[in-house]
Each structure stands twice: as structure tokens, then as C-alpha cells.
Design a protein around this ligand. Sequence first.
Ligand code: EPZ
Length: 421
Amino acid sequence: MDRIVVQGGRPLSGTIPIAGAKNACLPLMPATLLTEEPLTLTNVPRLSDIVTMGRLLESLGVEVSPMRDGKVMALSSHALTGHLADYEIVRQMRASNLVLGPLLARAGHAVVSLPGGCAIGARPMDIHVTALEAMGAKIELRDGYLHAAAPGGLKGAEIELRFPSVGATENTLMAAALAKGTTVIRNAAREPEIRDLADCLIKMGADIEGAGTPEIVISGVDRLHGATHAVLPDRIELGTYMLAPAIAGGSVELIGGRLDLLGAFCEKLDAAEIDVVPTENGLRVTRRNGRVAAVDVVTEVFPGFPTDLQAQMMALMCTADGVSVLEERIFENRFMHAPELVRMGAQIEVHGGVATVTGVERLKGAPVMATDLRASVSLILAGLAAEGETVVHRVYHLDRGYERVEEKLGACGAQIERVSE
Ligand code: EPZ
């Protein structure tokens, strides 16, 4: 297992390229199951989660051909050989459950392992199941697997999600594309990745209106054809690297960054006295003063403050001038970075889903442990600002969602290196 070693205290300057979005690519890849023709994705991020999804699709008979050192991916599912998403793969990556909708639509059956709990929460699938059952699927939980069947094909339905689940919206959207009749998804998730998936499905011949709004209307078609689609830029990688100059000082340009992907996140940066200025190649982020201002954060569904940036924002608030309160409303256990930040001298009190952070002048480098994807990168951000050396262990979590962090930050002047343990 590798570890990342950071010597803190160096302000950043330079540019960071933003890669394609992990959370757009992970539903786009299973969309290949909806057609026998080839689907080509460009701007694909080089991440271990993408490799995992590729392995899962190959286990179903899909041909997955990464090209151009992984930035382009050709997928072809002209001959499916399986319909089982095995526990071994699903437990590593919950997004494996995104084969459920397309497999049901294409093959009329699917056996998908429940993901089981993960570090940040129980991760149930009741919203996915309720939506697909409304479309005529028969779904039974047996031996930890969802056994789903729609022998006569899926039919359009009026569906109201009890919560705007991103994955449930994506599974339902893909299933509805080939259902008989019209499907209306109400209280649909509005994350930009939903819009990106819909844009790709429309290129493949789907009839979809309203993606990105709370109500999506899908008129099922008989078949979909192949397409080529560029993966949306990653708004969570973008937000993460916007916080790097904020915490370390200096000014960095994020190539490919777009304000429209960030929702309420940018308002919080402004309140924290961090300047964000659009440039012709992306966004430039500069810390206005010697220390950021403390701001309160509540995580919400898009366009609210993203839960996937909460850990990173907490790292910044650890060095802010004042007290900030961060409330995590999306997941039940997403503060595991807090005790690790406390080891670096942060002052954080956690009560249930609320963390109160009292900013300190300086964090102190320490050996810390990554527990989940976003927690691990928040520790690296803290290390950039800390006095001395920070060693982040178990960085396999990091590689799930961030391409070459040490290279991207190192190119901006950070003293950071990856060491194989
Ligand atoms: C997606 O997960 C993202 N993953 C997550 O990013 C992100 O944190 C999350 O959306 C929220 O924005 C991908 O897109 C691959 P949800 P997803 O269904 O779809 C509960 C990262 O770091 N829920 O919107 O699984 C659930 O337990 C990852 O990149 C049910 O109760 O999220 C959670 O509390 C982490 N029943 C809340 O809803 C269900 O059937 C949000 O879950 C489904 C979800």
C-alpha cells in the first residue's frame, strides 16, 4: 500500500487540469448495456473505480477497450454473457449497482449484490427497487442479492422518488429509455452527472426531457444505437483543488473548471474570503488574505453544498479565523476525517451529524489514516497547510477518485511525494 508524504507551509502557484467526472463516467459506462452497438467515451478519468466498473462490465460479456492511455474508452455489448453483479465487485464499489436498470431493460433480468455498508453509511437501495418495481420489474432480495426480472419488458410509469437519490435516478433513467410507454420521474436528482447521462442517452436515440430538473419525462423507444460522448468535467475534483490554494495560500488556475458545476459551493468560498475568477481556460482561485474566514456549511443535494466536498471544506475550516459549524445531511457517518484532523492539532467537536470547528493558526504535520475517498484528500489538503511532515496512509482510497494527486499538486509547488510502503 502506498502512502503520500507532504511537507506543509508552501503556497501554491500554477495550473491544475481537471479530469472527467468519476461520478459521470460510472453511470455512462453501463449505458453501453442498452445497445448492441459500440459506445465510445472520451475525457475518461484514469481512476481505479473506472477500472473496477470495466471489470464488472467485462464479467457481463461487454468488450471494454481503453485507448490513448485510458482517456478514451470503447465499449461494446453486442453479446451479453451474464447478468450477475457479484458481491466481490459490488462491495468494493457501490456504483456497481448502476448495471441494474440497464440490464433489466436490455436482458429482462439481473442479479445484483446489495453493496453492504461502506465507510460512510448503510447505502440501502430501496429507492432504486421501488422505482423499478413501478415499471413492472419483480425484485426479490435473496442471499444478499437483488434478483430482478422483467420478462415481458419494462413499462413506463409515473414515479415519485422519496428522496432525490443520484443512483436511483440514473438506474431509472436508463431503464425507462427502453421501456414501453412514457415514464415520469418526480423528485429526480438534479446533479450535473444526471444531465450528462441523459445527454449521452439522447445521442444514443433516447427521448428524454427535463434531465437536471426535478421532473424528467422519458418516452421509451424500441432500441438505442451507438454514440460517442465526452465525459463531463469532475466538479468534485474541481472543488477539491479550488480548496488547495485556499488552505495553502497562493493562486492556482483550474483548467476546465466551470462555475455552473459548483452550485452553492462557490458562495461559501466567497464568504470564506476566497476569490474565484473565470479565465479563458477555466477558473483562477486566490486566497484574499492571510487567513480564510470561518463559514457554516450544510450539505444538501445539488445545487446545495455537495456532501462530497464536506471533508475538504472541514480541512479548510480547521485553519479559518473563527468557528464554523458543518452539518452533514446526506450520509449518516461522514466525519471519519475529523479524528485524523484532530491528530494534526485541529479543534473539532462532533455530535451526530454536526461538527463544530474552531480554527487554529497552524496545523501540525502527523501520520494520519485515510478512511474513505474524500476523507483521504481532506488530509492531504490539511498537510499542505500544516507545519512539518504529514504522512497519509492507505491512499488506495485516494486513487479511487483522484488522478495523480501528487503530480497535480507537485506541479503547483507543493512538496508532496508518493512512497510505496
Ligand atoms: C452518488 O452516490 C455519488 N456516487 C456519491 O459520491 C455522492 O456522495 C452521492 O451520490 C450523493 O451526492 C456516484 O455517483 C457513483 P444517493 P449514490 O443514492 O447514488 C440514501 C464519492 O465520493 N439512499 O444520492 O449512492 C443513501 O444512503 C461518492 O464520489 C437510500 O436511503 O447516492 C444516502 O444517505 C460517495 N436509499 C442518500 O440517500 C436508496 O435507495 C444519498 O444517496 C438510495 C440512497
